[in-house]
Design a protein around this ligand. Sequence first.
Ligand SMILES: Cc1cc2nc3c(=O)[nH]c(=O)nc-3n(C[C@H](O)[C@H](O)[C@H](O)COP(=O)(O)OP(=O)(O)OC[C@H]3O[C@@H](n4cnc5c(N)ncnc54)[C@H](O)[C@@H]3O)c2cc1C
Length: 457
Amino acid sequence: MTALQVHPKMPPLVLASASCPRATCEAARPTLEIGLMMQGNSLLLEKLHFRCCIAGGGPAGMMLGFLLARAGVEVLVLEKHADFLRDFRGDTVHPSTLETMHEVGLLEEFLKRPHQETTHVRARIGGDDILLGNMSYLRTACRFMVQMPQWDFLDFLAQHGRRYPTFHLRMQAEVTGLVKVNGRIVGIRAKSPDGPLEVRADLVVGADGRNSAVRERAGLTVENVGASIDSFQLRLSKHADDPKFMQYADRGTALITMDRGDYWHCGFPVPKGTAEVMRARGIEDFRTGIVELAPFLRDRVGELRDWNDVKLLTVRSDRLGQWYRPGLLCIGDAAHAMSPIGGVGINLAIQDAVAAANALAEPLRDGTVTDEHLAKVQRRRALPTRLTQRMQGFLEKQMWRGLGKSKPMRLPWAMRLMESTTLPCRMRTRFVAVGFRLEHVKTPDIFSSRHHQTTNP
Ligand SMILES: Cc1cc2nc3c(=O)[nH]c(=O)nc-3n(C[C@H](O)[C@H](O)[C@H](O)COP(=O)(O)OP(=O)(O)OC[C@H]3O[C@@H](n4cnc5c(N)ncnc54)[C@H](O)[C@@H]3O)c2cc1C
């Protein structure tokens, strides 16, 4: 067994072989254990031990990994894909997430990455133009939201996580099962191109999204909240003089357009179960539907050559009854799949990560994490999740009540009256930009010189 000084401010890590008895390692308080079982020249099983192992390198997993590593917890994030590059992922970074970036001192650097900023969100519904959101009302560090491809955002977190010796990210590692001992989850099994992997950890976190293998293997009960729409996703090039509305709706159809610099990332919501009917009508019919809503796109709908240029995303809204089991916690979409309404899913996942890091960093570092700590995370985040899903359901009914009907859309008179005041806009802005409970980062950066000055005066 060898002691390894990985960073001058960290206690030495103990690298042990797989045959190292756990008790010996525990006595030496190791946080990382690496072992390779070899037979001849072939790798049989790689065994690792971390304080925390996170399944899934999406917004929830990467932010939690970053915050825990920054607070001195040995953490391993396993991501099944080889990179973060995936098309048509949500890519809105709201003021609540920008606040988190500000609190960890990375906002300025984050905003140096190519992005678009939006302060006013406008919609054209039938003949009515309404201001959906106005971020200038906010009291957060940023009074705008940012559109940035999600892979850039995740890459940024990975890049900054790697500054800490406690941060470990393994790509192409797909979690396939859980290791249980006496009813407690003590690790995960995964497959990687280098062979099978077993990671033992004081805590396993399921941040592997709405099709979470972790929550399924743990047997956690999922409550379906229900979603009445699915959404086609597509991209169309953008011209400098295009109108700046984010939503167009009329005669039973709607189009969401998100500014991605030189193109529009568009969502075309449809009532659940009708996507196949639309596909059967042909791509020309679909293009016509887009032009009817947003005539300025007439000169480029031809960019949709066939249905291969249009992706259908099945919308789901659900949540777990209990987010944890002994040794395991789920966060983000793995705990509550979010519908795209308001584009709040990423931000809710980040808020979960901040709350989980606040509650768990210290007990994880000390090796004293209990079920009560996990329950505390659920207690903190369950209510904002419920309220957000309820609000999404309400907005779905209000905004897209005429979806699938061919009548011209018109806001009811009472709504138009309300919209003449700033109240509905302020309420929507608060819901979308900040959410029902804004989490503040309470975990330290134990590697910063400031932290060392205050703890060792
Ligand atoms: C149509 C649609 C549009 C949306 N648009 C927006 C939007 O504009 N803005 C917004 O904020 N939200 C949006 N959302 C919601 C948002 O995408 C999610 O709420 C958010 O990404 C959740 O983050 P997460 O980290 O919990 O999960 P995910 O983003 O799903 O990340 C999970 C990660 O785990 C990995 N993974 C999965 N299984 C395994 C495994 N077995 N082993 C290892 N890794 C695994 C995945 O590859 C992925 O990287 C949208 C959702 C839909 C359906």
